[in-house]
Design a protein around this ligand. Structure first.
Ligand code: DGT
Ligand code: CA
Ligand code: CA
Ligand code: ZN
Length: 575
């Protein structure tokens, strides 16, 4: 059960994110006042919630809406509104407003005026004295922020792959002009597309290692050089991320790339296979006695062991060696295979763009079909749709489908699975939709049996097409529900339903292991962006990476199908 101080912190976090989003000041103040009131309470919130004679609304600073949320929080440990907000704002921006001396308002101004996305941008802007020139900032604020950044550096979680990728892109751009570099590759968990990354591993072929290391030292985001040898260097960036650089000879590049791509488990297994053949494998090459039989390319390294080249995403010693042995190493799905996007929101609920703007954005990205899936009425804080408003939206979609001939818009809805079980909208309404995404947003802390039953029952509903973010986890921030995934897989397979791989880098839900299991059950996966604004459509690539790690091929992913095939395979005949 959350303590008063936990509850107050959560309300403050809601206020922070709302303030960052420039929400209505009265709304923000309501959460701040609520946080203060809860912090000041002389007894636990639960005592008041459990006492039938008393109401939370009796407390000064707690209105009806807040009282409801706090009751849910006390009874279930959940604050669904905060979960939604956390999924809307990139983690790097939340880190930004956490920097001591900054806060949401200033963070929003820096984001808006200077395009600052993360701690690294922030440090750069401070050091270039760009921050002091902004209205409402000054040299003193700038210095305070720099001190705050030093504090934040100690944080040290694994970062989202999406964040690692931002650093990699910047670093690539910085290193590319360095003439000493002949080849450059990022290895490690980043290359394997793992959902989180601890540090970055860079491999370089160069004649003059010193020139390369000098160049890395000049990368603007570098805070400290933590180690430097003849061919090895480690640096720490302003946001605390470590980068390991190794310079290797061209004839060993493949072996080194293989070794430092990992995973360690994959490498260990490979070493075992080499040993069986009387070979030795290390970061310099594959060896027969002291003669190198391979090393320049990864293909050579694997070929020396009679193995095919493994896509890095598969190198976890989970299924890749068995697949290779059976000659069934799959051709993995690619971003270019995607033709549709089956989960997105508009300003009718908690999205930022209009229906037409979302359609235009999807067209601009070359999508052939999309499903508009706004929230249902249970999600009051997102202004969820009731039957009347949903039918209104369907009419609007019919109208727009007349207008465009290069994209088809499916009439969809993201319908909540109620806490007590059952769907938030009546079956006659759901039957009018082409595509029904069923979601758990409330009652996430229910016992395993109860929450599993809700999801399994939803899959049995003939109107439900797919389960969205089936485990509800938020990477680094919230555990999955205690759901029996095997039971969910059995139900999905039995009823011919799909499961979602939500591509939001904070969700990536189902994860790689679960997607691979779903595939074994023959369940088609829908990789969906769950976009809440037009730019949200671009997260598809993170979902693709996770799908590749699961060994999914184009045919395993429902939204690679042509509209015609998609309709034939996954929609009711009348849709
Ligand atoms: P991370 O950084 O925790 O997200 O994950 P990785 O996989 O990037 O791990 P890292 O940076 O410690 O090492 C990079 C690669 O180097 C790793 O994937 C495999 C290889 N490696 C590191 N230590 C060992 C080891 O003790 N044995 C073997 N066989 N390989 C290792
Ligand atoms: Ca690493
Ligand atoms: Ca490393
Ligand atoms: Zn959604």
């Amino acid at each position: 059960m959350p303590t008063n101080s936990d509850a107050a912190n959560l309300l403050d976090e809601i206020a922070d994110i709302l303030e960052f989003q420039a929400a209505n000041p009265f709304r923000i103040r309501a959460y701040r006042n609520g946080a203060r009131a809860v912090r000041a309470l002389a007894e636990p919130l639960s005592a008041i919630v459990e006492d039938e004679q008393r109401q939370l609304t009796d407390i000064d600073g707690i209105g009806k809406d807040l009282a409801e949320k706090l009751t849910t929080l006390v009874e279930t440990g959940e604050l669904p509104m905060l979960d939604e907000l956390r999924a809307e704002v990139p983690e790097s921006l939340i880190q930004l407003m956490r920097v001591p001396g900054l806060g949401p308002k200033k963070a929003a101004a820096l984001h808006k005026e200077l395009g600052i996305e993360n701690l690294h941008d922030l440090r750069a802007a401070c050091e270039n004295e760009q921050v002091r020139s902004l209205k409402g900032f000054g040299a003193k604020t700038e210095a305070t922020i720099l001190e705050g950044l030093d504090l934040a550096e100690a944080a040290g979680e694994r970062m989202y792959w999406a964040h690692a990728d931002e650093i990699v892109q910047a670093l690539r751009e910085h290193l590319e002009p360095c003439e000493a570099i002949q080849r450059l590759e990022f290895a490690g968990s980043y290359r394997r597309g793992r959902e989180t990354v601890r540090d970055l591993d860079v491999l370089v072929v160069a004649d003059e290692p010193d020139a390369v290391m000098d160049c890395l030292a000049e990368f603007p985001a570098v805070d400290t050089v933590t180690g430097r040898g003849d061919t090895k260097m480690s640096v720490r960036l302003a946001d605390g991320v470590q980068v390991d650089l190794r310079v290797v000879p061209a004839e060993s590049f493949g072996a080194a790339l293989h070794y430092f791509t990992g995973s360690k488990e994959h490498n260990v297994a490979l070493r075992g296979l080499a040993k069986k053949r009387g070979l030795k494998i290390n970061e310099y090459g594959v060896w027969k006695g002291d003669k190198a039989v391979a090393g320049a390319s990864e293909e050579d390294v694997y070929a020396a062991l009679d193995l095919p080249w493994f896509p890095p995403e598969l190198r976890e010693n989970r299924l890749e060696f068995d697949l290779a042995e059976a000659g069934k190493l799959p051709r993995l799905v690619e971003l270019g295979d995607i033709r549709g996007d089956l989960h997105m929101h508009t300003d009718q609920t908690d999205g930022a763009a209009t229906l037409e703007e979302m359609i235009e954005a999807a067209r601009a990205r070359g999508l052939e079909y999309i499903a508009i899936t706004d929230h249902s009425k249970r999600v009051t804080m997102a202004n969820g749709l009731d039957a009347r408003r949903l039918r209104q939206q369907f009419k609007e979609i019919d109208r727009l489908n007349q207008k465009y001939d290069d994209i088809h818009v499916l009439k969809g809805v993201e319908c909540d699975i109620l806490e007590r079980g059952g769907m938030d909208l009546d079956d006659d309404v759901l039957a009018e939709a082409d595509w029904v995404v069923a979601s758990v947003h409330y009652g996430q802390n229910q016992p395993r049996e109860q929450i599993t039953r809700r999801i399994v029952d939803a899959l049995a509903n003939p109107n439900v097409s797919v389960i969205a973010h089936p485990t509800g986890r938020l990477i680094n921030r919230r555990k999955p529900y205690d759901v029996d995934l095997e039971a969910v897989f059995r139900a999905a397979a039995e009823h011919g339903k799909l499961l979602e791989l939500n591509a939001n880098p904070a969700r990536l839900d189902l994860d790689d292991v679960a997607c691979a299991a779903a595939k074994r059950h023959g369940i088609p996966i829908a990789i969906s962006t769950d976009a809440h604004r037009t730019a949200g459509l671009d997260v598809m690539r993170y979902g693709i990476l996770q799908a590749r790690r699961a060994g999914l091929t184009k045919n395993d992913v429902a939204n690679t199908r042509s509209l015609k095939d998609f309709k034939r395979l996954y929609l009711r005949p009348e849709a």
